[in-house]
Design a protein around this ligand. Structure first.
Ligand code: SF4
Length: 300
């Protein structure tokens, strides 16, 4: 094969292969997390969180965003290996599982990257949380020198993890994806932030109908970050994804029991619904009226 034809073949092949891989990528109800995430509860909008908890739309990831998440996970592992050169880091329990925590009868949950001790700054155990950021976002963090001011959602996530583990500090490490610089901050536990997050989670989980939007309109920048399907469901221009979670008869079971996974119940058939049953729904499905697309003249 000549040099030219080799290049020509690969120029033709490469975009086709990549396009095929991207087109093959899809998300489904199995990609929806069962609980309301502690990593999400600092999000600015109740309606978004409720719709996500109710599986009204699918995760908005396309193949590119999925690769970004995978890269983030690889960076997290890299940071942990780097920290292990000096510190004690534990990322899994005795049975090899990630440390997971749940509250609100199992409907509000999260998992930590690990715990760490023997930092130069302190020999106490800390929650360990690792993130990565673009050069632009990383520069903003360096300027503020505060995770709380830089990304409040991350800050609330760290507070939830400290509340769940009983640890009073979180060692929060951020990696710059453009030049491999690192930033670290020892975030202090604030019980008031945890209490607010918990009360918000309880409210969202208990809500039978979607909360009103805190965003001014569909063109608001936060709204534009949603996928087309998410935006259409969010603004009642498209029916939600069909599952028990968008059916009027389903409700999350909340009592004083500490469960690792939240339970759901069908009030029509009077039985518990496991995750597979929720995904399947049944012939008596009736969509929550507040999720049905608005007709002309109706206001949200
Ligand atoms: S089992 Fe049927 S009626 Fe019950 S919540 Fe699911 S879809 Fe609705």
């Amino acid at each position: 094969m000549s040099h030219k034809s080799f290049l020509d073949d690969n120029l033709l092949l490469a975009p086709t292969t990549l396009a095929h891989l991207d087109n093959e990528f899809s998300t489904s109800l199995t990609d929806c997390r069962e609980h309301l995430g502690m990593s999400q509860i600092g999000h600015d909008d109740d309606r978004y969180l409720w719709l996500q908890f109710r599986w009204a739309f699918l995760p908005g990831h396309d193949a590119r965003v999925h690769r970004l998440f995978s890269l983030g996970n690889a960076i997290e592992r890299e940071i942990i290996e780097w920290l292990r050169r000096y510190c004690d880091v534990i990322t899994h329990d005795e049975s090899g599982e990630q440390f997971r925590f749940a509250a609100v009868s199992g409907h509000f949950g999260g998992s930590i990257d690990g715990v760490i001790r023997n930092l130069i700054e302190s020999d106490q155990w800390h929650v360990l949380e690792c993130k990565s950021a673009s050069r632009k976002k990383f520069a903003e963090l360096i300027k503020t020198q505060s995770v709380e001011r830089w990304n409040y959602q991350y800050y609330v996530q760290a507070q939830c993890y400290m509340a769940m583990t009983g640890l009073k500090r979180c060692y929060f490490v951020v990696y710059c994806k453009d030049d491999s610089s690192l930033y670290a901050e020892r975030i202090k536990y604030r019980s008031s932030v945890w209490q607010q997050a918990l009360e918000r989670a309880q409210r969202i989980i208990a809500a039978a109908v979607p909360p009103a939007s805190s965003w001014p309109n569909e063109m608001y920048y936060r709204s534009r970050w949603l996928s087309d399907q998410q935006r259409a469901v969010y603004w009642r221009k498209q029916m939600p994804v069909r599952s028990c979670r968008t059916c009027v008869y389903a409700c999350p079971l909340v009592d004083n029991t500490n469960r690792p996974v939240g339970q759901w119940r069908c009030q029509l058939h009077c039985h518990a619904l496991d995750a597979n049953e929720q995904r399947r729904s049944c012939g008596d499905y009736q969509c929550i009226p507040d999720l049905v697309p608005e007709t002309k003249g109706e206001t949200q």
